[in-house]
Design a protein around this ligand. Structure first.
Ligand code: NAP
Length: 245
């Protein structure tokens, strides 16, 4: 029996939990940060809340044979902590990271390194109507931008400062092309701001922006820890775990 601690918060993590839960060779505990009020829960056992940094995670890892980091590509702290904790206690670590999006013909993308840089990029532009999809935790970066209007799409309402001219849209993917086009049109959006999260579930906004000829500001992913074996899909992660790390 291989005991797996699965750091989640993504659709890929839920898919891997489903596969491992259905396989007698594995015992899996999914781990969520507790950021979202009403999270989509994986099948099987789940724990919610942080570990108190890499030391706490290292201690918790004592009861496991493998650590899988299937957190969101922008959840940089937990990925760093996972690499440090796994290295400290000698537990093998596998990262499940969905591939990033890349621009195709017709896309009008401006890539920026951070969410703060996306705000700086917007600050230099003429007044625009912006669809902001970078998530609740980063909205504050745009709070000083007075000349733009923002449609702020979030799962849970932000607790920090918001831009002076905005409307909140509480919603959660997956999204389809038709409704994304309608949203962009009805709100007369000029610019889409998004993290390069990757995956199919929320990518319709990019296709819709391309078809409507809109500018897109894309925040590049933060760096990942070096030398961690990494796979792109839940199916690949499952295969690796079956073979053994
Ligand atoms: P983060 O900045 O990398 O992590 C901050 C702290 O949250 C970590 O130090 C850890 O606390 C705790 N934490 C994060 N993920 C955890 C997990 N899966 N299980 C237990 N504790 C966890 O993370 P974040 O960007 O706030 O993301 C939080 C969660 O939301 C992640 O699970 C991620 O997969 C998901 N998510 C993030 C984004 C995004 O854009 N960042 C988007 C969609 C989903 P301790 O140090 O106390 O252990």
């Amino acid at each position: 029996m291989t005991r797996v601690l699965l750091l989640g918060g993504t659709a890929e993590a839920r898919e891997l939990a489903r596969r491992l839960h259905a396989d007698d060779r594995f015992e899996v505990l999914s781990s969520l940060a507790g950021r979202v009020a009403n999270p989509r829960l994986p099948v099987g056992d789940t724990r919610i809340g942080g570990y108190g940094g890499p030391s706490g995670l290292a201690e918790f890892l004592g009861g496991f044979d493998v650590l899988v980091d299937a957190t969101h590509p922008f959840a940089a702290t937990i990925s760093r902590n996972a690499a440090e904790a796994a290295g400290r206690v000698g537990v093998p670590l596998l990262a499940l990271v969905r591939p990033p999006w890349s621009p195709g013909p017709g896309d009008r993308w401006t890539a920026v390194p951070t969410v703060a840089a996306a705000a700086a990029e917007l600050a230099g532009r003429t007044p625009a109507r912006v669809l902001l999809t970078t998530g609740r935790q980063d909205v504050g970066e745009f709070a000083a931008l007075e000349k733009h209007w923002f449609l702020v799409r979030v799962v849970d309402a932000p607790s920090g400062p918001l831009p002076p001219h905005h409307e909140l849209l509480r919603d959660r993917g997956p999204y389809i092309l038709e409704s994304e086009q309608t949203l962009l049109r009805e709100n007369a959006i000029d610019v889409l701001v998004t993290k390069n999260s990757g995956g199919d579930l929320v990518s319709a906004k990019l296709t819709a922006a391309r078809e409507l000829g809109l500018d897109v500001i894309v925040v590049d992913r933060p760096p990942r820890p070096d030398a961690v074996p990494t796979v792109p899909t839940a199916a690949d992660a499952y295969e690796r775990l079956v073979i053994g790390l």
